[in-house]
Design a protein around this ligand. Sequence first.
Ligand code: FEO
Length: 431
Amino acid sequence: MKKQMDVSCHRHAVEFADGVYWVGALDPTLRTFDIILSTANGTTYNSYLVKGSEGVAVIDTVKENFSDEFFSRLESEVDYSDIKYIVLNHLEPDHTGALPELMRRAPQAKLYISQRAVSMLKALLKPAADKKENNFDYTTVNTGDSISLGNRTLSFLHTPFLHWPDTQCTYLEEEAVLFSGDVFGCHYCDQRLFNDLVGDFRFSFDYYYAHIMRPFKTYVMDALKLIEPLKIKQIAPTHGPILRERPRRYVTHYRELSTSSLSREIVNDNKTLIIFYMSSYGNTARMAKEVSDGASDFDDVRVSLYDLEGGETEPFVDLIEEADALLFGSPTINGDAVKPIWDLLSSLVVINLKGKLGGAFGSYGWSGEAVPMIEDRMRGLKMKIPQEGLRVKLIPDDEELEACRLFGYQVASVLSGKKEQQDVIDFADLK
Ligand code: FEO
């Protein structure tokens, strides 16, 4: 029979490797995290304690509201005077809320952070109004750096943008424990703490990846190059279960999740251009067809045309992630683009669109705001707009339909490399 672990009532540290403890906090009633994430059964803020023969390290802290729980667990194992090191893998407030108080209680402890965390740390520890500056002792670390706790060694992995610029992982060599920060985490609160004891958290794990890590897939792949060669007995993330049973499968799963979800039917080196449109009287639909025809003049550009009236937006996200260019056609209704266009555009925050080509077109009756509004949104998503948007008042005539073909042709020519990019207006770079 499995040994059940219940840490909800007893505020003690939980040892999960020799001299290595969970000292985090449970937040079972949280239903929304960072405004955007649903957390159906709450989350945990995981903090860890590593005891060495020559000192103790605390790795990450907890959200400020949960400080009491964190300090109770910490005090169950160590005196504050024993803490020599505070390692911060990530400075978002859910992991640094208790930091100022911990620094007050253990003033001798040195902070270990990534280079990119310095400005965030200074912002977090702003001095009180009556002081000029806060004095705190920190060291920046990079891949290959380590600190010795006597019989224990903590080494660092530079793993930025998972999911903030400051993020890093810390590896306890002797026990093969990877303190991974948000990586391999999930919002899943279960007082049994360990992946072999808690309920089925597969959905939460994948949901967390999709919303937090997916936009940073290339950085995930870079991090995996550092993580995969390690011997790993346990993964200790900052949220959700500690992964002690078959931890390697979560590493493998991250690689799978970060690899293309669509089979590569597109011939290598071909570019993909997708045109999405909505039409109320058929005018924007006619424009879309002509834009598509114009773009299809290039053998190395695969053009797809989708009417958003005929589909839900969610399945398009994978397609868009792998596309090279996106064009949106929308009529203007009540001074705005139509809702399915905005639904699709707002669903794209989970992927990285930086550098993809974009453009907009549409028929309008009075003022035609939809096209510039869509362009603004695409610029906000760091896309490049090679061709000024195309607007047609009401029904496109032959000349205007020819302009639509030219619009499609010109976007595709940039994509195909037949047209130099020097006339691309890259507003993303201007910001
Ligand atoms: Fe769990 Fe990015 O903080």
